[in-house]
Design a binder for this molecule. Sequence first.
Ligand code: C2G
Length: 134
Amino acid sequence: MKKILTYGTFDLITPGHIALLKYAKGLGDYLIVGVSTDEFNAIKHKCSYLNYEQRKIVMEAIKYVDEVIPESDWNQKVDDIQKNNIDTLVMGSDWEGSDKFTYLEDYCHVVFFQRVSDFSSTNFRNFIADHKDE
Ligand code: C2G
């Protein structure tokens, strides 16, 4: 069994997230997703509308996802790769070249997926502001 791993906050899911998850699952037989905990989001200076438990429920309902684990630390990835016998780690292209991922090439294949730029959080905020009285 070829096991694939990816990580992320995965807040309000867009077709871009689905494209990444579909691509990642297509590289193997079993996809594990490390979903950032609320505490880790704070470390990443990233806020999410949905909390960890809610994001976990959403991710587990996506047909490409076989297992969800918590991502609570930048430094857990080598352990996750080794204990889950991961063949390939997949991340979106915005992470390409990041030192948070390049070192992992010593432990498994690391692949960067060309992001589908389908969603802008700025446009989303403007949409909400424009429709707040509806
Ligand atoms: N992504 C994508 N296309 C989009 C949006 C996101 O390919 N339109 C990818 C990102 O590149 C990332 C994954 O989907 O690989 C999750 O994106 P986020 O939820 O924004 O997660 P992020 O903040 O990048 O956290 O340790 C890694 C971090 O937890 C990643």
